[in-house]
Write a protein that binds this ligand. Structure first.
Ligand SMILES: Cc1cc2nc3c(=O)[nH]c(=O)nc-3n(C[C@H](O)[C@H](O)[C@H](O)COP(=O)(O)OP(=O)(O)OC[C@H]3O[C@@H](n4cnc5c(N)ncnc54)[C@H](O)[C@@H]3O)c2cc1C
Length: 297
């Protein structure tokens, strides 16, 4: 196919190279638009060619099947910009959806702007975090969102203000084929050293509790009525359970870690096994927090 866009296009990208779980077969295309007009051009091509597409952020909350997905993926991590709207009352950050949360939080700390420190350990992009309403240490990104701008398949640019967005626990109304290109987040003026000290403290906490030494997709299951899923998985005696190289982490049993050569099918079998065992032993239905792409059921 002749591509009229300026950004990179990869045909049949292996998704194990673009997801933190390090498993998964090919997608149809992976496109990195260079700017917003490039993004619109990409969407026009997909529309004309009848190609299904969805967004990929840093791939830290998705598990793609070994056979892959017959869809194109758009990754806007090359669109990286932010600006500040400051008034006496507040500081609003306008930032592109492809910006990495970690980079952004560090960048803001340098200029004495905080308020997002609790989200520092989330390895995703701003767009991915908004789609998932990602959160940690009691703060969800929806709590600090003021406005979201997105582009959908009809190529129109739409804006939603916070009060129009129905965020709930790990849920937003945005779909994978609505491209969140920009968001406004509320920040707080703070002392730089205090922000950095807080980031370091929370990162240390995370290192103690999470198996960050292995590839994973973070927490696999959502909490159930406020009770963290790891409690049920631990009580069901599933810590260390292994299928192929996919293993229920001993350190944090809501993480499945890839010990080296795990296949997506190993991860999926382990997810199914955990759900079955937890239901049988605890009477609790676990629901995935991760997205499973390209699996049939
Ligand atoms: C080690 C580790 C720790 C983690 N800790 C946490 C945590 O504490 N709290 C938490 O909530 N999550 C956590 N996660 C999960 C994950 O990082 C978050 O869900 C994150 O927000 C996903 O962002 P992403 O950019 O990687 O999105 P992806 O995984 O690439 O995509 C996730 C979803 O967002 C959509 N999407 C991505 N970008 C856009 C966009 N621009 N516009 C519209 N839709 C988009 C995708 O289509 C997909 O539906 C963790 C993951 C790992 C690996």
């Amino acid at each position: 196919m002749a591509w009229k866009i300026r950004g990179r296009v990869i045909e049949n990208p292996k998704m194990k190279e673009y997801t933190s779980m390090r498993v998964g077969g090919p997608a149809r295309y992976l496109v990195f638009p260079r700017d917003e007009s490039d993004l619109l051009e990409t969407l026009k091509i997909f529309e004309n060619e009848g190609i299904k597409w969805r967004m990929l952020g840093n791939g830290t909350n998705v598990i793609v099947s070994d056979s892959g997905i017959n869809e194109a993926l758009i990754k806007i991590t090359d669109l990286k910009h932010f600006s500040l709207i400051e008034s006496k009352k507040e500081v609003v950050l306008r930032v592109s959806g492809g910006y990495s949360l970690k980079d952004l939080i560090l960048e803001m700390a340098k200029i004495g702007l905080g308020g997002l420190e609790n989200l520092y350990s989330i390895p995703g992009t701003v767009g991915g975090a908004i789609k998932m309403n990602a959160g940690s240490f009691g703060l969800s990104i929806g709590d600090v969102v003021r406005k979201v701008t997105y582009v959908s398949s009809d190529l129109s640019r739409k804006e939603l203000r916070r009060e129009e967005i129905d965020f709930s626990y790990r849920h937003s109304p945005f779909l994978s084929n609505m491209c969140i290109i920009e968001a406004e987040l509320l920040l707080l003026r703070k002392d730089k050293k205090r922000i950095m000290a807080e980031i370091e403290r929370l990162s240390e906490e995370r290192k103690k509790r999470h198996p960050l030494e292995f590839p994973s997709a973070g927490s696999i299951f959502k909490a159930v009525n406020g009770v963290p899923a790891w409690r049920y998985i631990e009580r069901a005696g599933l810590k260390g359970l292994r299928i192929g190289d996919a293993c229920v982490s001993e350190k944090h049993p809501n993480f499945i870690v890839n010990l080296g050569e795990a296949k997506a099918s190993d991860v999926k079998s382990l997810i199914d096994k955990i759900k079955k065992e937890v239901f049988e032993r605890e009477g609790v239905v676990l629901e995935e927090e991760v997205e499973l792409w390209g699996f049939d059921d």
